[in-house]
Design a binder for this molecule. Structure first.
Ligand SMILES: C[S@@+](CC[C@H](N)C(=O)[O-])C[C@H]1O[C@@H](n2cnc3c(N)ncnc32)[C@H](O)[C@@H]1O
Length: 272
């Protein structure tokens, strides 16, 4: 079968599971052939080898498995990160959190921070690359994120800057730190998610409790208790009001919320 023929067939198979079936078929075929997408257009009469292996990739995508898990990597900020099932696929909105934290680190000349819930390493790896003198202690409660984050840290040669610890929140972090950053699980337990998310991505990375903001509130309490000056967190689009009430109830005065590019409330920075 030629590239042209196999793309037509794959596009049909992806019709129900993908918003852009032709585009995704091309991405998968380019990955299978280890070529750029432009190659497919230039050589569309070329015979494709090992068709069964390509069809297996298409089948996985037709079953709603995220593209990033199928190819084993995700584009984030200015890098490609290794990902696999068991690790959250980093989302573009988290790039905003990184930029806000980077501003604080630069302005306040911060050199030691902690991340709660490292996942693939997206936040810590990007921050460590931006600030070569920054030391990060990053925690996670799950083994797969710890393993994958360590692989990404090694790929970018950041072993001297980022240390990963298996820990609930900051339980295993006794060092003094200046800032905590986190994109914790913040979705309510009964929130209906799309199949590609709920059937494939780890529950520990998605659900923050019955209401959804329970872990966010625990993080605020923990960081306040430790006397860390700055906390920056991502949150859900509907959590501004309960989080603001929570800050007020704790007597926290210096906080601000930020929005994502779609205009939804997406997180906050607290100065204790
Ligand atoms: C939403 S993911 C974020 C991953 C990554 N930081 C990112 O932004 O792509 C949340 C991560 O927090 C971890 N996690 C959940 N509860 C935790 C806890 N109590 N303590 C530490 N990590 C936790 C999950 O395993 C998951 O890797």
């Amino acid at each position: 079968m030629t590239i042209k023929e196999i793309l037509t067939q794959a596009t049909k198979k992806l019709q129900l599971s993908c918003q852009r079936p032709r585009f995704e078929a091309e991405l998968l075929l380019a990955h299978h052939l280890k070529k750029e997408r432009t190659y497919l257009h230039a050589f569309d009469n070329k015979e494709v080898e090992d068709i069964e292996r390509f069809e297996a990739l298409v089948e996985r995508r037709a079953n709603h498995e995220p593209y990033e898990y199928i190819v084993g990597s995700a584009s984030f900020y200015d890098i490609e990160l290794k990902v696999e099932q068991g690790v959250l696929i980093p989302r573009p909105e988290t790039e905003i959190l990184i930029d806000l934290v980077a501003e604080i680190i630069e302005r306040e000349k911060i050199t030691s921070i902690a991340e709660i819930g490292i996942g693939s390493g997206a936040i810590s790896v990007v921050l460590a690359r931006k600030f070569p003198n920054l030391k990060i202690i990053a925690t996670d409660i799950c083994d797969t994120p710890i393993k994958v984050a360590q692989q990404n840290i090694k790929t970018f040669g950041l072993e001297k800057q980022i240390e990963v610890r298996k820990s609930n929140l900051l339980d295993e972090v006794s060092e003094s730190i200046e800032l905590v950053v986190s994109n914790p699980p913040y979705i309510a337990q009964d929130f209906i998610l799309e199949s590609n998310v709920v059937d494939y991505e780890p529950k520990e990375a998605l659900f923050g409790g019955v209401v959804g903001d329970e872990l966010l509130k625990e993080i605020v309490l923990e960081v306040k208790k430790r006397g860390v000056r700055y906390l920056a967190c991502e949150m859900g689009y509907d959590q501004k009001e309960p989080m603001e009430q929570f800050f007020i109830s704790l007597g926290i005065k210096n906080y601000r919320f930020y929005k994502d590019l779609a205009g939804f409330d997406r997180g906050f920075v607290v100065v204790f």
